[in-house]
Ligand binder design. Structure first.
Ligand code: 5GP
Ligand code: MN
Length: 317
């Protein structure tokens, strides 16, 4: 899965893990980095290896693997420090992903489809199309549901096809308790996170009405002051996107080692291209991300220049 895994990365990978175990395979799940606490309820999450915390044993597992499934990312650099181990591995790499512009030459097999709502949906298809739908149980169902629910913005994005709802129906028939998943993911934060959000919306958000754009920028000092943990900033960018008339929303967070950005858009503004062009990133048409090595102030200047450059597209709404 990709670094700082979200609900879909963790959910799809753990679902595949449980499925492969049921088929009698021996497998290990490795995350390139740590992840948000709100994913720790997921069945199997306690067995996931954090590459940064246990690099030497993870490197041995990668080197010894016959098959390496790469889920919810399509360029190896999305695994950060794990990239060199993946490149050196003798096992074949298999891609299961729904992002744009895959690095196809890096994978021996796989499925890459931008029409899919989530990697979780693709793992579901893999299980069903391989004739093993009857192996899906409540455990696999919870993992798949967490992935598809988070990546579709709780079933609101246009990627939520009729087939997504049919899949959820099937998961429910196989024992999924969906409200439990929502509670674990959305009603499980510390007070400090909400204090932090209040501060950010009041003091760190700029709205550029002439470009239908809103930007949230967060200095590292804020993360320290509010004890912000991995995952606490997830979804924050959506507050900016929810402002009436806003077409492009961005968040740039100073994480110390890099400035991490997230972009969201409504309608015809392509943030995948925007993230690729200015922020070393990529993703989907309406949701993408990137990173920069320059100081936060410089990245903000870069962002302001970039929206000016895209003025024609942004100002028409
Ligand atoms: P988020 O903003 O939630 O981190 O990511 C939005 C989407 O863009 C996700 O599908 C994610 O995988 C992708 N994405 C985020 N950051 C990067 C990045 O630095 N590079 C690339 N290629 N994709 C990214
Ligand atoms: Mn995904």
């Amino acid at each position: 899965m990709h670094q700082k895994p979200d609900g879909d990365a963790m959910g799809s990978t753990l679902a595949l893990f449980h499925f492969l175990n049921k088929l009698g395979h021996s497998c290990t799940v490795i995350s390139p980095t740590n992840w948000a606490n709100f994913l720790n309820w997921m069945p199997g999450s306690k067995k996931v290896i954090d590459y940064e915390a246990k690099q030497s044993s993870a490197d041995e597992l990668i080197a010894a693997a016959d098959w390496i499934f790469c889920l919810d990312f399509n360029i190896l650099s999305r695994t950060k420090r794990m990239e060199s181990a993946l490149l050196a591995a003798k096992g074949q790499r298999i891609l299961i992903d729904h992002h744009r512009e895959p690095q196809t030459e890096m994978f021996a097999y796989g499925n890459s489809s931008i029409t899919k709502s989530s990697t979780a949906e693709m793992v579901y298809d893999l299980i069903v199309d391989s004739g093993n739908g009857d192996l899906i149980d409540a455990t696999i169902g919870e993992c798949l549901y967490a992935g598809v629910m988070t990546d579709t913005g709780s079933f609101r994005f246009t990627s939520t096809t009729a087939n997504v709802h049919l899949m959820v129906s099937d998961l429910m028939q196989k024992g999924l308790e969906h409200s439990h998943v929502h509670e674990e993911l959305f009603d499980n934060f510390l007070e400090s996170r909400y204090r932090f959000i209040g501060h950010v919306l009041l003091n760190r958000m700029e709205v550029f009405y002439q470009y239908n754009t809103a930007l949230i920028s967060i200095p590292q000092a804020d993360l320290i002051k509010y004890s912000v943990k991995t995952g606490d900033t997830e979804g924050l960018v959506n507050y900016a996107l929810g402002i009436q008339g806003i077409k492009l929303a961005a968040i740039i967070i100073d994480r110390g080692e890099e400035r991490k950005s997230s972009f969201r858009s409504k309608g015809d503004f392509d943030v995948n291209s925007f993230a690729r062009k200015y922020f070393n990133g990529g993703g989907h048409f309406n949701a993408a991300g990137g990173f920069n090595k320059e100081p936060l102030e410089e990245v903000i200047i870069k962002f302001k220049a970039a929206i000016k450059e895209n003025k024609d597209q942004l100002s028409s709404y």
